[in-house]
Design a protein around this ligand. Structure first.
Ligand code: PT1
Length: 274
């Protein structure tokens, strides 16, 4: 299995690690653009050294209840970082649902569009179709500010699968080849702890959609619910979640803690081959 994404043809016969690069001004700096850009680029280069296979660059948090970032601000955050990382030698992904950001990021050289809204915004399908970038289609119930208020499902696995199948169909009809697409059940996006755990347990049933799977569980509250720890104490739970995800069929894991994830997944690969 391969993923065609921009300048790259990513071999998915072994599990891949996507390192998270958040481009957000830290509250202690003066909010200067250089400080923010330089810090994000330095962190990204560290993730490359730790063995990341993909860098996922985002300028607006989509975690539950996060405040939206205006378009201009998101562009000011991510575009300089993308330009600085184009020569890093690994695929770059842009984490955005805004068509204008997708367009500018593609012009700046990204290889993958990672959209938590699965290209439902007006014009998004057309922008990705007109390029050669890879695409992550993710499931979300509701929208980030309110999605955790009262998530409801009759059958979470089937509803997520049906949504992803419908968005895959829309992407293909817009002219995006299947070989460019990965699917993501969207852990933590309009889901209770029980919904997230059911999806993880039944992840392999999403393999019947016939496309590679991406999983993002790193440091999320579902892990905190299970181990009773705060967000900066969830590294071990996160490594375990990546191992379980890959053993249940994930091809790409999106993580903060790249080095321990890379090591853990080497053991999974070694054990499965022998
Ligand atoms: C994800 C993902 C993402 N997650 C993809 N992109 C986030 N493809 C951002 C919590 O419950 O899973 N897949 N981009 C981050 N979103 C969240 C959601 C962060 C929930 C934290 C939580 O703690």
């Amino acid at each position: 299995m391969h993923l065609s994404c921009g300048r790259f043809e990513l071999d998915l016969s072994t599990p891949r690690v996507m390192g998270i690069v958040n481009v957000t001004p830290d509250s202690f700096s003066d909010g200067g653009k250089f400080n923010t850009t330089d810090k994000a680029v330095a962190h990204a280069m560290e993730l490359v050294e730790q063995g990341a296979d993909i860098l996922d660059i985002g300028g607006e948090s989509t975690r539950p209840g996060a405040t939206p970032v205006p378009l201009d601000e998101e562009l000011n955050r991510v575009i300089p970082v993308i330009k600085a990382l184009v020569k890093a030698g690994i695929p770059l992904s842009i984490d955005t649902y805004k068509p204008e950001v997708m367009c500018a990021a593609i012009d700046a050289g990204v290889d993958i569009v990672n959209d938590v809204c699965a290209l439902q915004e007006d014009g998004a399908l057309e922008i990705v179709a007109a390029s050669k970038v890879g695409l992550c289609l993710m499931h979300m119930q509701g929208r980030p500010q309110t999605m955790q208020a009262d998530p409801q499902y009759q059958d979470v696995v089937n509803e997520v699968a049906d949504f992803l199948a419908a968005r895959l169909k829309a992407a293909e009809q817009a002219g995006i080849a299947r070989g460019r697409i990965v699917l993501d059940p969207g852990f933590g996006f309009g889901k209770r702890t029980s919904h997230n755990l059911t999806l993880l347990n039944h992840l392999s049933s999403l393999q019947s959609l016939g496309l590679p799977l991406l999983v993002g569980l790193s440091r999320k509250s579902v892990l905190g619910q299970v181990v009773g720890l705060s967000v900066d104490e969830r590294i071990h739970a996160s490594i375990a979640a990546s191992v379980v995800s890959v053993m249940k069929g994930a091809n790409i894991v999106r993580v903060h803690d790249v080095k321990p994830t890379v090591d853990a997944l080497k053991i999974v690969s070694a054990a499965i081959q022998n």
